[in-house]
Design a binder for this molecule. Structure first.
Ligand code: ADE
Length: 296
């Protein structure tokens, strides 16, 4: 996989040579290039932003600079898309407040995805990370200031590029750099050969068929500062240990992230799972669990 990161702070990504990501680069599994957006400016001040149309606080990143940069990285010629049918649909959608996906006539390379972190976009999830770990080329565009001109992602979508906008959580950062680091790590660790022990990916939170939070982990010594590792973990009884871990996952998820329990398909639950969820006050007779009372 090749990754291009475009930012006005490319130095932010110097740490990518550290830790696992650095090892994956050495092994040739991924190549990463952090690029300075200002390299595509053509004015003496290297300006990348301007005041917002319609007024308001802050500055907005200019489409012209991003256009020069992304055309080069995507291998596209600049074009006027005012006559493009997809663009007309987009304008109608904007006017009516609908969120219409533009139909794509493929022009850009297959396997390339352009990603913009954006606090006003859908949440980035483990499923997105999994899907993106299969791609050949990812370009991340880091916005700063009050964001980027909304025409930038729509233009490339109209040109056939697979464009995504993601938020990494319900809070606002100063720019997209930290969000890109988070997405980059979540995606690249799922590339085959990246992790020393792939089993640790299968077991972890959000990765199973049903996304449950992972059970607590312990290591030796069995007693530390008067605190014992739960007896079952020291019993050597593999089946019982697995059952205890599963039950703990379900209870933990029920307490901390009931929204994840609500997404489970009841038909996939074992008899033991059902008992555990019922003990936590869930009704498991329908398609998905439904919370009916505090735990019993
Ligand atoms: N840029 C600023 N805040 C962000 C967030 N929460 N997610 C993604 N990009 C952002």
């Amino acid at each position: 996989m090749h990754i291009d990161i475009v930012s006005v702070f490319p130095q932010y990504f110097e740490t990518l040579t550290l830790s696992l990501l650095g090892k994956a680069r050495e092994k040739g599994l991924i190549s990463v290039e952090a690029r300075n957006l200002r390299d595509w400016t053509c004015d003496v001040h290297h300006a990348v932003d301007d005041t917002p149309c319609g007024g308001g606080a802050g500055m907005v990143m200019k489409p012209a600079v991003w256009g020069e940069c992304l055309d080069e990285l995507l291998g596209l010629e600049a074009s006027d898309i005012s006559e493009n049918a997809g663009y007309t649909t987009f304008c109608q959608a904007v006017q009516s407040g609908r969120n219409v996906k533009i139909s794509r006539k493929y022009e850009a390379r297959e396997g390339t995805v352009l990603i913009f972190p954006n606090p006003s976009a859908p949440l980035f999830t483990q499923n997105d990370a999994k899907e993106l770990s299969q791609k050949k080329h990812i370009i991340f565009g880091c916005g700063r200031y009050e964001g980027y001109d909304a025409r930038i992602p729509r233009y490339y979508e109209t040109r056939g590029v697979d464009v995504r906008e993601y938020s990494i959580g319900d809070y606002v950062l100063n720019g997209g750099e930290a969000a890109v680091s988070v997405m980059l790590e979540a995606i690249t660790r799922l590339i085959p050969g990246f992790m020393g022990n792939p089993d640790s990916i299968i077991e972890e939170s959000y990765s199973g068929e049903d996304s449950l939070l992972e059970h607590a982990q312990f290591t030796k010594p069995a007693r530390w500062r008067g605190m014992d590792v739960p007896e079952i973990y020291m019993s050597g009884h593999h089946a019982k240990i697995e059952a205890a871990k599963r039950s703990e996952s379900l209870i933990r998820t029920s307490n901390i992230r009931p929204d994840l329990v609500e997404r489970i398909h009841c038909e996939k639950l074992s008899e033991e799972d059902r008992k555990t969820l019922i003990s936590q006050g869930w009704d498991v007779s329908g398609e998905h669990p439904r919370k009916i009372s505090a735990e019993r």
